[in-house]
Design a protein. Structure first.
Length: 102
């Protein structure tokens, strides 16, 4: 009773590649985020809707969506799973763009 309740574990970031061709890029992004101290989950099975539902079920905070068009521009979509808002972020600065979700 005298010990404070431990803090909740950080909510994960879900990496969602659209298509099997982008799975290798998803691993690269996941590795970068893990090295930066983020908890990361990868979602490979099913269509985009199923992958996002799985991310919500895991109580992920955000989803980083990797599509072919975004990757051609050197970017990814960051979707806030609490509000549904999304934005495009350049991949070189993805760690900084996700800092507000810690």
């Amino acid at each position: 009773m005298l010990i404070a309740e431990p803090p909740a574990p950080p909510r994960a970031i879900a990496i969602v590649p659209i298509g099997s061709a982008l799975e290798a890029q998803a691993l690269v992004v996941a590795d970068r985020l893990r090295r930066a101290g983020y908890a990361v989950e990868l979602g490979y099975s099913g269509n985009l809707g199923k992958r996002l539902k799985r991310a919500s079920k895991l109580n992920a905070r955000v989803a980083v969506i990797l599509g072919e068009d975004e990757l051609a521009r050197g970017a990814a979509i960051i979707r806030d799973l609490d509000t549904g808002a999304q934005e495009e972020a350049p991949l070189p600065s993805i760690e900084e763009r996700l800092a507000r979700f810690r």
